[in-house]
Write a protein that binds this ligand. Structure first.
Ligand code: ZN
Ligand code: ZN
Length: 203
């Protein structure tokens, strides 16, 4: 699922990417794995020809149960940046960690998809903090997750204050969203163990 005010356009770093068409305020839930996303079971994944798996895994990601999920409504087209403006540490949805201006590309950090063990990509983001190569192992690296944590907790404090176009999707689906909406804002308080790689509807 993907929030409103985001469109597909040509991207500087990839063929296409997602771009804000209106301001997406910090604290907005931007995307989430949901029950409408396409999914392939662990058995179906094992039966996929390698080229097909690689193509699907480029846009989708593996979940903790071994299934592969392709985020719906074009959310699968979100590109990586080492200075991502959408992060999901400790959450089962991606949250805008700063205001995203109209025309700005909406990005997440692919290191977050930790169930894709050993996955890596040369990064072209050229941001000041670019890691050069992005790996899913970095999703367990405290040097990386420490920076994510500060940004996510700051965004969680904004969450109850801003319009949430995905409210009707997330309210029944996401315990972390519900906790943040009630004003909790540290990851210790908000996290339920669910993540974008282990959404609650998959367990
Ligand atoms: Zn979905
Ligand atoms: Zn980079």
């Amino acid at each position: 699922m993907l929030t409103k005010g985001i469109d597909v356009r040509a991207s500087r770093t990839h063929n296409v990417g997602l771009f804000a068409t209106e301001t997406v305020p910090a604290g907005t839930a931007v995307w989430a794995p949901c029950t409408k996303c396409s999914r392939w079971s662990k058995e179906e994944v094992a039966a996929l020809p390698e080229a097909r798996f690689t193509a699907l895994d480029t846009y989708g990601h593996l979940l903790r149960d071994g299934s592969l999920l392709l985020p719906c409504l074009g959310a699968y087209l979100m590109n990586h940046s080492c200075e991502a403006n959408v992060l999901d540490l400790g959450l089962d949805f991606g949250i805008a960690v700063r205001d995203i201006a109209p025309g700005e590309e909406v990005t997440c950090d692919y290191a977050t998809f930790v169930e894709d063990a050993g996955w890596s990509m040369r990064c072209l983001c050229r941001g000041p903090g670019c890691r050069g190569t992005v790996t899913t192992d970095q999703g367990g690296d405290p040097a990386v997750t420490g920076r994510w944590k500060d940004r996510v907790e700051q965004a969680l404090r904004q969450l109850p204050e801003v319009d949430q176009p995905l409210h009707d999707v997330l309210a029944p689906l996401s315990e972390p969203y519900g906790r943040a909406l009630r004003g909790l804002s540290t990851l210790d308080q908000v996290s339920s163990g669910a993540s974008v790689c282990a959404p609650s509807f998959v367990r």
